[in-house]
Design a protein around this ligand. Structure first.
Ligand code: PLP
Length: 348
């Protein structure tokens, strides 16, 4: 029986993807007997240790259910209610978290900045901070960067260093939304430390779900002082999972032999294949440099309509518009080729 069409993969989001074998196996392995609850178990300890190994640093690690919780609680831990956090105008914390960062910080204001290719411009940070210094303005406290960005680009080590230089100069903390951090590491071919604490990142939200897990993001504090009482923040926000071993074990499966980077590299390669194919079509205009696992393309409206009619799912409202084709860890070459074939057929 040919089940290819029945189990067709989509390009809407990497959270359409399934659970990868390594996470699944670890989950099954953790499902034996009893374990101490609320994160006091051996799986949770091992997962946190593996994250410390990955970053080559004695960071503080907390596991929460999703990225919205990771971002909002970590941002809240950076300051007080009268502070502000600077981010890109299309940052997930601004556009896709329903005000959770403001809510969990009791009112911290998110200040928005433009920037090409979804990236923050270090000079814009300085301008935003220098704009006002009086008591009537929400006091700038931190900068948030997304790595990889919402439009599938990646900050280089040099770009992060320039942002760090500005945050240092302005006395700001640095937060990183790493829902697709694995894709950025795989794309740059750097060590995880080179784009985090070695470029001044105080706290990272490390994505697990989009990387192939069933649930969980890790909040990783390189600046350990900021982690004080973070466990209480998690508990109060409903983010302390009582059967924590089932959130932690998949992290062990992902990290112990590098599956997290293999899956990310594969997803990146699938987006690259799509880019190579579409770059040959004059009707398809690629909107941003493809550096991670997504490709943004402008296509004729009739082609978009035809793709939707053919059953393909993808978003057209993310960032600054265009069709976003996102490759999950389990997108196969045949899925990319099937999509390309339909695009070519519709262009005619
Ligand atoms: C998906 C995503 C998140 C997390 O979203 P949740 O649905 O809350 O898990 C955070 N940041 C970015 C950039 C994302 O793409």
């Amino acid at each position: 029986m040919n089940t290819t069409r029945e189990i067709r993969r989509h390009f809407a989001s990497d959270n359409y993807g399934g659970i990868c074998p390594e996470a699944w196996a670890a989950l099954a392995e953790a499902n034996s007997g009893h374990a101490v609850s609320y994160g006091e178990d051996a799986w949770t300890a091992q997962a946190a240790d593996l994250i410390r190994d990955v970053f080559e640093m004695a960071c503080e690690v907390f596991f929460v259910f999703n990225g919205t919780a990771a971002n909002s609680l970590s941002i809240a831990s950076l300051g007080h209610s009268y502070h502000s956090i600077l981010c890109h105008e299309i940052a997930h914390v601004e556009t896709d978290e329903c005000g959770a960062p403001e809510f969990f910080s009791n009112g911290m204001k998110v200040l928005l900045m433009p920037g090409s290719n979804g990236k923050l411009d270090p000079c814009a940070i300085e301008r935003m901070v220098d704009k006002r210094a009086d008591i009537h303005y929400p006091k700038p406290r931190a900068v948030s960067v997304t790595q990889a960005t919402e439009v599938g680009t990646v900050y280089s080590v040099e770009e992060l260093k320039s942002i760090w230089a500005k945050t240092k100069q302005c006395g700001l903390k640095l937060h990183m939304d790493g829902a697709r951090f694995a894709n950025a590491v795989a794309s740059l071919g750097v060590k995880p430390k080179e784009i985090t604490w070695q470029t001044g990142v105080d706290v990272l939200c490390l994505g697990g779900t989009k990387n192939g897990m069933h649930v969980s993001e890790a909040v990783v504090f390189f600046n350990r002082e900021l982690a004080a009482e973070f466990d209480y923040r998690c508990k109060q926000a409903g983010q302390l999972y009582s059967k924590m071993r089932f959130m932690a074990a998949p992290w062990v499966g992902m990290l112990k032999d590098g599956a997290w980077l293999r899956h990310a590299a594969h997803a990146n390669a699938m987006a690259e294949l799509l880019e190579t194919e579409l770059a040959q079509l004059p009707e398809a205009r690629i909107l941003f440099p493809r550096q991670a696992n997504s490709l943004f393309v402008e296509l004729p409206p009739s082609v978009i309509e035809g793709l939707h009619k053919a059953g393909w799912r993808f978003y057209t409202f993310i960032g600054q518009g265009g069709c976003r084709f996102m490759c999950a860890w389990d997108i196969r070459e045949e899925d990319v080729r099937a999509l390309v074939a339909d695009i070519k057929r519709l262009i005619g």
